[in-house]
Design a protein. Structure first.
Length: 140
């Protein structure tokens, strides 16, 4: 079965790149560097539904992404969550947090309406992340 990104994620996010298992997308909200890993496996809503190899790979990709984001953005904290209440397709949020961000220390979910990136900021951020992520590696 062919993989399709959920329409809400397609609408709200920008394509960044692809790891072995997962597509990496960026939430189009300049208030928070907010990245989402979406395993490209059809009809999956929960991590436990992945096979053992896919689960391991998702954990490796998530850990790699979190570590790279923490370094790249000099984060105070990386929030990682697989909620899926509004978008049932399995996806894992990776949000760079700072003690100075507008929602700190509360969760960001539904706190403020999204503020889209300008074209220039979008281009700069996507280039920065793409240049600093190893999308072509088999192991992380």
């Amino acid at each position: 079965m062919e993989f399709d990104l959920h329409p809400q994620l397609e609408k709200d996010c920008l394509y960044v790149g692809r790891f072995s298992l997962s597509r990496l997308i960026l939430m189009n909200d300049k208030q928070f560097p907010w990245f989402i890993l979406v395993p490209e496996v059809s009809d999956i809503t929960e991590i436990y539904q992945l096979n053992k190899q896919e689960r391991r790979l998702l954990m490796d990709e998530s850990s790699y992404l979190a570590e790279q984001l923490a370094k790249l953005f000099k984060a105070d904290k990386i929030n990682i969550a697989a909620i899926g209440n509004l978008v049932p397709q399995l996806h894992v949020h990776h949000v760079v947090r700072y003690r100075t961000d507008p929602a700190w220390p509360a969760p960001i979910w539904g706190k403020y309406p999204a503020i889209p990136y300008s074209q220039g900021d979008k281009t700069t951020l996507l280039s920065l992340v793409r240049e600093n992520m190893a999308f072509d590696r088999e192991e992380y």
